[in-house]
Design a protein around this ligand. Structure first.
Ligand code: MN
Length: 191
């Protein structure tokens, strides 16, 4: 299967200075595109050629194919969950988050702390575990929660390429902004 860069459901300049058009041009137009292109090149004439991204992420062992598939999956998931139009957290999701984190404010505190303390490059996730508990998870580099059986609900990219154009070294400010730009109805639909 030939993988393609997904169309974004918003314009590249839709977020103004919160996430700039220049960031999207590099992060989506160059970094994300490169993961898709690398993956297509690497899977040619291999058993992974006809698999979906999710299948490759779960089945390929450590290495370039798994890394590029996971980065393609993670970026699509991250970009597709952002929205320039604020969305309230649906009541059903809110109560699940309150069960697991006490309050929404506490969820945000835990999430931002996980983002700031992740050493090096990676991703921070809200996931649902096998028992139905919601939890915050860090993954390094191209890590993805799917192979361990967690259901991803949302993620924020904390590689420096995600925030350095707009936020320089202020990773925390970038992550706090991303949490304000989540399409919570999409997050809720994944439960
Ligand atoms: Mn990225």
């Amino acid at each position: 299967m030939k993988h393609t860069l997904p169309q974004l459901p918003y314009a590249l300049d839709a977020f103004g200075s919160r996430i700039s058009k220049e960031t999207f041009e590099f992060h989506y137009g160059k970094h994300h595109q490169a993961y898709v292109d690398n993956l297509n090149r690497l899977i040619e004439n291999t058993p992974y050629e006809d698999m979906s991204l999710e299948e490759i992420v779960c089945k390929a062992g450590p290495g370039a194919i798994c890394n590029n598939a996971a980065q393609a999956w993670n970026h699509e998931f991250f970009f597709m969950t952002l929205t320039p139009d604020p969305v309230e957290i649906p009541a059903a999701l809110e109560s699940r988050m309150e069960q697991s984190f006490g309050t929404i404010e506490n969820f945000k505190t835990v999430f931002v702390k996980a983002a700031v303390t992740l050493f090096g490059s990676g991703w921070v996730w809200l996931v649902e575990d096998k028992e139905g508990e919601l939890m915050v998870m860090q993954t390094s580099n191209a890590g993805n929660p799917l192979p361990q059986g967690y259901r991803p609900l949302l993620t924020v990219d904390v590689w420096e390429h995600a925030y350095y154009i707009d936020y320089r070294n202020r990773r925390q400010a970038f992550v706090e902004t991303c949490l304000e730009l989540m399409d919570w109805s999409k997050v809720a639909s994944r439960l």
